[in-house]
Design a protein around this ligand. Structure first.
Ligand SMILES: *[C@@H]1O[C@H](CO)[C@@H](O)[C@H](O)[C@H]1NC(C)=O
Ligand SMILES: *[C@@H]1O[C@H](CO)[C@@H](O)[C@H](O)[C@H]1NC(C)=O
Ligand SMILES: *[C@@H]1O[C@H](CO)[C@@H](O)[C@H](O)[C@H]1NC(C)=O
Ligand SMILES: *[C@@H]1O[C@H](CO)[C@@H](O)[C@H](O)[C@H]1NC(C)=O
Ligand SMILES: *[C@@H]1O[C@H](CO)[C@@H](O)[C@H](O)[C@H]1NC(C)=O
Length: 469
C-alpha cells in the first residue's frame, strides 16, 4: 500500500527531472544483444575467467550475510594458493557485491584487484538479496518491520564487522585493505568510530566518493528535487523500519525509462564518455536493491544537521519530529530510552585512526568537493587525496568507469604501500599530474590540473600502519 504511495511520490520526482533537463540524453536501449544478459553473479564472474566462492557470515544479531570471494587472478585458480594481499570491497547503498563484478577484466574493480595480487572479498549488507535471511531460516520481506530496523551505522558495526572478522580468520591475515565507495565508506567510518579496535584490522582505507555526513544541499537542482520527493515519502511512512523497496522502483524504471535514464546517467553512470551506456541494462539486472526507510530517514537527519551548520555525525535521532511513529509501532523509541540522553550521541571521529586516502571528483554532485574537503579536514589521519577535475566524472564512476580505471589502479598502489604482504616498495611521494604548485594545496582553483595526489607528512600516530621500509 505504501509502496504505491512511494511509487507516485518518486514518479513525480523522476518526471520533474526529465522535464527539467533536456540536455543530451544517453541513448540506452533496454534490450541489448550481450552474452551477459540474464547471467547470475557466478555466471558473470566465471565467464570472465575468475573463480567465485560464496561464504556465509552470521552477524551478532543472527543475520546471515553472503560474502563473495575472488581468490585468484584470472585463469589461475584453484590449484594455486589464494592471493596473499586481502582487500574488502564494501557495497554501497542500494548495491550488493555484484556492483563490483559486472564488466570486463580490464575495467571491473574486483577483477583488477584480483589480477593485481589481491584476495578479493566482496561484502554485502542486510536488506539486499545477500542479507535477507536470519539463522532461524526466515527470509524477511517488507512486512517485517523488526528486520528493516537499521541504518548505515548498523551496516558498519554489525554487517561489515562480522565480515571483517570472518575474512581475517579465514585468511589468517592480520589486517585487510578497505575499499569504501559512497555509503560503504560512511559505514566503515561508523565502525571505526564505534569500535576503534578495528583500526588495527584495517591497514589502509580508500574512501571513494565517500562521506561521514552530507552537505545541506546537493550541487544539482534536479537531485534536490528528487531528494525532496524522497523526503516527503519517507516522512509519510508510518513505520520507520519498513523496507525501501527498489524492486518496485526498477519495474517503474522500465515503464518510465526515459526519466530513469536521466537520473541514472546523472548520478551513477555519467555521460557516454564516462560510461558504457549500452551496458546499463546489464548493470540493472543486478541493481538496485532495497534499503530501509530508517536509513533513508537517517540521510535526511544528516542533511538537516548540515543545514543547521552542525558538522558532527550523530546516531539515529528517535526524537526527530519528522518521524511519525505510532505508539503501538514496534519501533516506537526515544533517545532517552535508547541512548540514555536527550540528544543522540555523536560518533567520535577521533577514533578513526587508519590511514585514509580520499578520492573525490568535481563532477560528483552528491558529495561535491566542498564536502570532501570538510571530510578531509575532519579525519585525523588522511594520508593522501586524489582529486579528479573532470566535471563528467559523476558519483558512480568511482565504481563504474569502464573506459578509465586510473583511480582504481591508484587505490591498489595506495593499499600496496600499507600491506605487509606487498612487495616492499618506497612510500608514495607528493605527485602532481598536469598541474602546478605544491602537492599539498587543496585543489580549489586549478583549472588545468587533472589529478593532485598528495601524501601528507604523517603527524598522526600510525605506528602499526607504516608502509614497509
Ligand atoms: C560496452 O557494452 C557493450 C554491450 O554490452 C559491450 O559489447 C562492449 O564490450 C562494452 N564496452 C566496454 C568498453 O566495456
Ligand atoms: C577495456 O577494453 C576495452 C576494449 O578493448 C576498451 O574499450 C576500454 O577502454 C578498456 N578500459 C580500460 C579501463 O582500459
Ligand atoms: C583517466 O582518469 C584520470 C583521473 O583518474 C585522468 O587524470 C586521466 O586524464 C584520464 N585518462 C583519460 C585517457 O581520459
Ligand atoms: C610535518 O609537518 C609538521 C607540521 O606541519 C612539521 O612540523 C614537521 O616538521 C613535518 N615533518 C616532516 C618529516 O616533514
Ligand atoms: C602512539 O603509538 C604508541 C606506540 O604504539 C602508543 O603507545 C601511543 O599511545 C600512541 N599515541 C596516540 C596518541 O595514539
Amino acid at each position: 500500500m505504501w509502496t504505491t504511495q512511494a511509487a507516485l511520490v518518486l514518479l513525480s520526482g523522476f518526471l520533474h527531472v526529465i522535464s527539467a533537463q533536456d540536455e543530451a540524453e544517453p541513448n540506452i536501449e533496454r534490450q541489448v544483444d550481450d552474452p551477459d544478459t540474464g547471467r547470475t553473479m557466478r555466471g558473470l564472474v566465471e565467464s570472465k575467467g575468475y573463480e567465485l566462492e560464496e561464504h556465509s557470515v552470521v552477524t551478532s544479531d543472527q543475520v546471515v550475510i553472503q560474502l563473495h570471494r575472488i581468490p585468484y587472478a584470472r585463469n589461475s585458480g584453484p590449484s594455486s594458493e589464494p592471493n596473499k594481499k586481502v582487500v574488502f570491497l564494501a557495497a554501497p547503498l542500494f548495491c550488493s557485491s555484484s556492483f563490483y563484478i559486472d564488466d570486463f577484466p580490464n575495467n571491473t574493480v574486483a577483477f583488477i584487484f584480483a589480477d593485481s595480487g589481491y584476495d578479493v572479498w566482496l561484502g554485502n549488507t542486510r536488506g539486499t538479496p545477500y542479507g535477507i535471511r536470519t539463522t532461524d531460516g526466515q527470509v524477511h520481506d517488507e512486512k517485517d518491520r523488526q528486520f528493516f530496523d537499521y541504518t548505515l551505522i548498523d551496516h558498519g558495526v554489525l554487517d561489515i564487522k562480522s565480515q571483517i572478522d570472518y575474512i581475517l580468520e579465514r585468511t589468517g591475515s592480520q589486517s585487510l585493505s578497505f575499499f569504501g565507495h559512497s555509503q560503504a565508506a560512511a559505514s566503515g567510518f561508523a565502525l571505526l568510530s564505534k569500535l576503534p579496535e578495528y583500526n588495527s584490522r584495517i591497514s589502509a582505507f580508500a574512501s571513494l566518493g565517500g562521506f561521514r555526513t552530507f552537505g545541506c544541499n546537493f550541487k544539482d537542482p534536479a537531485l534536490n528535487t528528487v531528494w525532496r520527493s524522497m523526503k516527503s515519502f519517507a516522512k509519510s511512512v508510518q513505520f520507520f523500519s519498513a523496507e525501501f523497496n527498489w524492486e518496485l522502483m526498477k519495474q517503474m524504471c522500465y515503464n518510465i525509462w526515459g526519466a530513469c535514464k536521466s537520473l541514472l546517467a546523472k548520478v551513477i553512470y555519467g555521460p557516454a564518455s564516462m560510461s558504457n551506456h549500452t551496458r546499463i541494462p546489464i548493470y540493472l539486472e543486478h541493481y538496485p536493491h532495497s534499503s530501509s526507510i530508517k536509513n533513508l530517514l537517517y540521510y535526511i537527519q544528516m542533511q538537516n544537521n548540515a543545514c543547521r551548520n552542525d558538522e558532527h555525525v550523530y546516531e539515529f535521532d528517535y526524537d526527530d519530529e519528522d518521524i511519525i511513529t505510532s505508539p503501538t509501532s514496534p519501533n516506537a523509541r526515544t533517545n532517552e530510552g535508547t541512548y540514555g540522553s536527550r540528544r543522540p550521541p555523536a560518533l567520535p571521529v577521533e577514533n578513526i585512526r587508519v590511514p585514509v586516502k580520499v578520492y573525490y571528483s568535481e563532477g560528483d554532485t552528491l558529495i561535491p568537493p566542498s564536502n570532501q574537503r570538510k571530510l578531509i579536514e575532519s579525519l585525523p589521519n588522511v594520508v593522501g587525496e586524489y582529486y579528479i577535475a573532470s566535471k563528467d566524472f559523476v558519483h558512480g564512476n568511482f565504481a563504474h568507469s569502464p573506459f578509465n580505471m586510473t583511480h582504481i589502479h591508484d587505490t591498489i598502489a595506495f593499499f600496496d604501500s600499507y600491506d605487509s604482504n606487498a612487495q616492499a616498495k618506497p612510500a608514495p611521494v607528493n605527485v602532481i599530474v598536469g598541474g602546478s604548485g605544491s602537492g599539498n594545496e587543496a585543489p580549489t582553483s586549478c583549472a588545468d590540473c587533472t589529478i593532485i595526489l598528495t601524501r601528507s607528512n604523517s603527524t598522526q600516530n600510525s605506528s602499526s600502519h607504516k608502509p614497509p621500509e
